[in-house]
Ligand binder design. Sequence first.
Ligand code: ADP
Ligand code: MG
Length: 686
Amino acid sequence: MREPFDPELPVSRLPGVGPRREAGLSRLGVRTLRDALFLFPRRYEDRRRLTPLEELQEGKPALFRGRVGELSSQRSQGKHRVRGLLSDPTGCLRLLWFHRPGVAAQLPPGTEAVFWGRPARFGDDLVCVNPEFWAGSVPQGEEWGRIVPVYPGTEGLPPRWLRSFLLSQVERCAPQIPEELPESLIRRRGLLPLKEAVRQLHAPDDEVRWREARRRLAYQELLELQVPFALRRRAAASLPPPVLRCEKGVSERFWADLPFDPTPGQREALRALEADLGGRHPMNRLLQGDVGSGKTLVALGALHLVLRGGAQGAYLAPTEILARQVWEVARRLPALAPFPVDLVLGGRSLREREEQAEVLERPEPRLVVGTHALLEDSVRFSRLGLAVIDEQHRFGVAQRAALAAKGRSPHLLVMTATPIPRTLSLALFGDLSSLALRDLPPGRSPVVTRVLGQKDLRRVLAFLRQELARGGRAFWVCPLVEESEGTGLPGAMQRREALARALPESCPEVVHGRLDGAAKAAALERFRSGESRLLVGTTVLEVGIDVPEATVMVVEHGERFGLSQLHQLRGRVGRGSSRGVCLLLSGTEEEDSLRRLRILERTGDGFRIAEADCALRGGGEMGGVRQHGDSGFKVADLRVDAALLEQARQDAQDWVDAEPALDSCPLFRKRLEERYPDVFRLLAGA
Ligand code: ADP
Ligand code: MG
């Protein structure tokens, strides 16, 4: 008898899963039966057709059959090799196995067997190295005669076991997977039923069906994001905004007090925010702007409006360094002089927290700048008017919601570190309306960028020595905090030591995520003051550090970073009057990788770099599914699914308008409720 389908069944209760397999599955994020059914292949191998030996091509994986001639085993210098010759009526092929001493016994001369492998060319011969094979009467089912899925690998899970396990679960359960989407949407978009899509993704009949399955699952994934966005927009539209006493022309007065003129973009952005802050609903804005475009001041301008209006403001920054920096700027702004500005960091004592809480209870206008510590329960605002989140990519949607929950429907301003393409911004910030700063403050010249190799380290040092002699200051970014065995990647700590020997006059400092806040702040301060003129670090240097005297940015193993991230990093230099230089050291000579990095040599436009970055990642072929870049999707791929995203967005809006409680799809609703409790609290309260 068939057992009833329970998607929440722990995998440990399934046949063949002991503690070791359970741990392996858990590393892949698979804990329940549903997780298993939704663990999709990374790629596929088309093992449907046998290829005659004479048609085998170099570099092209193929399934082939033949009779094994003599096999010879050899051992030299600790290496074990088995060589053989395979033949069929059309030709023959050399076989070679390394480190597989058992092969000889499995394939005695004269055996007929089926092989899967990728022939390579050695001189005139085609040779297949370490092919998989099935001798005798191996069941075809999972291993050949079909398009075979290849799953992500991890220790403790032999690939064949995982494949066989997943395919048997899919076979057993897929027909029972209930539909999770509304019938109307399935019809409108011509989607495969969920059970069919899951089956086709694991065991595709052909490429056409696979594409349909992928589209269905990508759509669902996008919809699961867009429905909460639609719900949030709906909730926000039903809430009253914070009460602000509005004066006319306050934003102009903010600029008037500064030592420089705002850029046209800054002036326009603040005007738009001013209009929003006087609107009938809480503001939900995304401010996009290239590195150095001056987003901080726009945010402080908006906070100033709110403080003048009698409410409180919060500014959430991703790191202590950045929080301190913003706090310093805010404290010195003449326009903010009438208002207290606090700094809230982690590691405060209970007493400090209590005092803080008490201060915030008072209904007087004040600005609080801080890190994640702002999200702690002890921080409560009596009159939060505007919450600003800087460098949104460092925070999740949940943290945004947690900050907003510190007040009664406060206005919200979210800022990105660098621009992001429209599709990505719709996907990630679908509940926000977007605002862009398109210009940079005057006098900035683009950072001169050069792609070099890791082997050019010496030239880089010579260049640095010159720059330092001229009074310059430099950043040096490493991919890791600490060199780790075997990766061959430089660590910031070791690099600092090496640089201290090579350039002692620079007194290098190091900052990375493992230092405590005070140590980081001290290192940065020594760099800021000029006592140290070389700051070595990891990507903590990426976020917002503003030291106008810095002119050089060196990034080791640039290929390991996203283009937007590198653009963000180089945005740290050339902020003062001298031009900035960025040296990207590539750890590989691969053409594609170098071509990618060279985009940064050619353009300084963050909006274009973001587009290029997005376009370059991943592939559109029947390449399986996997996490895509920043967006964290399992199936959807924004480079090919832009149209699907627009559809999901539209459908989400229509659905939520027609049925805000999503009653017709309890399964879908339940999953969203688990993932976004804040949305449903909002709706319940609305
Ligand atoms: P980002 O948009 O990357 O967060 P910031 O807000 O950190 O950029 O601004 C970068 C630098 O530009 C800061 O030193 C800031 O004081 C300066 N700045 C901002 N606006 C202007 C302006 N209109 N004119 C000159 N300098 C400006
Ligand atoms: Mg910034």
